[in-house]
Ligand binder design. Structure first.
Ligand code: NAD
Length: 306
């Protein structure tokens, strides 16, 4: 224990907790840190867990650190703050940031780390909480190939597909594109199904047809079943998806790429936040349309046309 064979893990939330659990299940030893101290104590295989009192203490015990934090400021804090990883890891050590954050901030952090000869790759994930629990996540990785190879051993314990996307920041760019597309698909499905139910069609029949049509998408496959059950427990929250859509808009501004659909979808997601529904699952976006059309997209629901 506490040798440099242990892996550092910071951020034991909805995603990080099951991901760290899978590493422990695979007999890895972890040094963990979360500002919410209760999380670490709940991890399985406590005999292989060292709970660090600070980021600095964690950094002294490991040479590779995995991060799973909410957004750019949290990652900046973990790495660049006074007791952060940048000033407490050693030259040649590696940071693997699995959080979904800004690609620009990722590049800035990486440049700062280069001053201390600390390596970094970005490795955001897709696959949600269930993918984290089952160890079936997709990792999109940006950074030097030798760092990708070094992290592969750990990433493949937590995921099924580990794809090298290019230079530092490119994993975040791919993630941002994915999040933008999934949000737009979710909204287009919500709009379409509200129209269909108001038009007198059973939503389950509509789903069966469109799963075989060109409107088929992840939202229809994965989210429509929970909408039909009226289960809006997260899952992936409106708040986190809004954060990802904001990241897409930031990158669009930086690269001067107009993002018409994303801008509209961002306003719809913000409306949900204003209505106090930020902690709901992202599928709850359909509630906006349902309220306006005065219907519910639920099992057996269809408006009887006169
Ligand atoms: P979460 O809020 O559940 O977990 C974040 C954890 O980080 C919490 O335990 C929190 O206490 C801890 N934390 C926050 N700031 C910290 C700091 N400065 N130092 C140490 N610990 C700190 O978030 P999550 O759902 O696990 O998501 C993590 C990342 O993964 C996000 O970027 C999210 O967008 C991304 N993601 C989430 C999902 C999902 O389905 N939840 C899917 C794919 C990607």
């Amino acid at each position: 224990m506490n040798n440099k064979n242990s892996i550092g893990f910071i951020g034991l939330g909805v995603m990080g907790f099951p991901m760290a659990s899978n590493l422990l299940e695979a007999e890895k030893e972890l040094v963990v840190y979360d500002i919410n101290e209760e999380q670490a104590a709940k991890l399985p295989f406590q005999e292989r867990v060292t709970i660090a009192a600070s980021k600095a203490e964690l950094a002294e015990k490991v040479s590779i650190v995995l991060l799973m934090l909410p957004n750019s400021p949290h990652v900046q804090d973990a790495i660049l703050s006074k007791d952060g990883l940048a000033s407490n890891l050693s030259p040649g050590d590696l940071i693997v940031d699995m959080s979904s954050i800004s690609s620009t901030v990722t590049k800035e952090i990486s440049e700062e780390l280069e001053k201390n000869k600390i390596e970094m790759i970005d490795a955001p994930v897709s696959g949600g909480q269930s993918g984290a629990v089952e160890g079936t996540l997709t990792f999109m990785v940006g950074g030097k190939k030798e760092n990708f190879d070094k992290a592969f051993e750990f990433l493949q314990i937590m995921g099924e597909k580990i794809i090298h996307c290019g230079e530092v920041g490119s994993g975040q760019t791919v993630k941002i594109v994915n999040q933008l597309m999934s949000a737009v698909n979710l909204v287009s499905m919500s709009e379409g199904f509200t129209l269909g139910v108001k038009g007198g069609v059973d939503p389950e029949i509509m789903r069966e047809v469109i799963l075989n049509g060109s409107g088929r998408c992840w939202a229809l496959e994965d989210r429509m079943p929970v909408i039909l059950e009226r289960n809006f427990e997260p899952g992936f929250t409106i708040d986190l998806h809004t954060k990802d859509i904001s990241l897409a808009l930031e990158v669009g501004k930086e690269l001067q790429v107009p993002l018409y659909a994303t801008t509209l979808v961002h306003e719809l997601f913000k409306t949900m936040q204003v209505k106090g529904k930020g902690k709901n699952d992202n599928s709850a976006i359909i509630n906006l349309y349902e309220e306006l059309a005065d219907i519910e997209v639920t099992k057996g629901s269809r408006v009887i046309l006169q």
